[in-house]
Ligand binder design. Sequence first.
Ligand code: ATR
Length: 275
Amino acid sequence: PSRYAVFGHPIGHTQSPRIHQLFAAQFDIALTYEAIDAAPEAFAEAVQRFFVAGNGHGANVTLPHKGAAFALADERSEAAMRAGSANVLTRLADGRLAAHNTDGAGLVRDLTERHGADLRDRDMLLLGAGGAARGVAWSLLDAGVASLTIVNRTAATADALADAIGEPARVRTRYWQDLADIGSFDLIINATSAGVLHQSLGLPFSLVGTRAVCYDLAYGAAAVPFLAWAQAADAHRSFDGLGMLVETAADAFELWHGQRPDTEPVYQVLRQPTV
Ligand code: ATR
């Protein structure tokens, strides 16, 4: 069977092996899919070992390696170039490595197709401007949001992202300390790593508009504080990033196997509480 993996650090709680095995079962494809823990300084060598000596076919890449994965690839998709990061590495027939970023497309599909959210004409607030935020910002704009307000604890990083997008009519930045004074939004995306770090964002309820959809790119325990805040603020709907994870995995699966898996049954399996 062909060989696949996910690289991360830490990687203990990854759902990717399970997702890819469930997809593979839909097509009777036999594959191995392992989780590889690599510290940042060991990442490039571990990737090399997997693809060259180990004859690996494809790999997912998660925190904190998405930037490094982009940098070491031989060719890069447009979405990866925009984000400056990659969540998928694929070995091409000639042995070179291709980098893709499917995060933004996965988020938009989860929001619009699974959750039925209409993104057009929405005023959107993006919290955070790091790797996760860069991975989704362009796709949300492509999906037709009316305005995008980027707020980051470190203001310069938010400005750098807005500059990279280069759409001053639709994209603005505000200061984190002004969050209580910038009004309300229809769509609020938490792209900070505060939940993973067990830190509180201290967000004001005034951000949440009456029809607001709140979405945390993280899932599991890391998404709990933001979703609890959204519910306390009476958000219309709030979601964690589990559906996005399954959708981004489906894009990787299609890149590698040329077949589009059905994500819904896999999403339902992952939603079930583990015993
Ligand atoms: P990721 O790949 O998860 O995006 P990252 O690139 O390190 O990781 O970015 C983390 C993001 O979460 C940043 O926007 C960071 O803000 P800074 O640029 O100011 O560091 C944000 N973040 C992390 N902890 C935070 C906290 N406690 N409050 C607010 N923002 C936080």
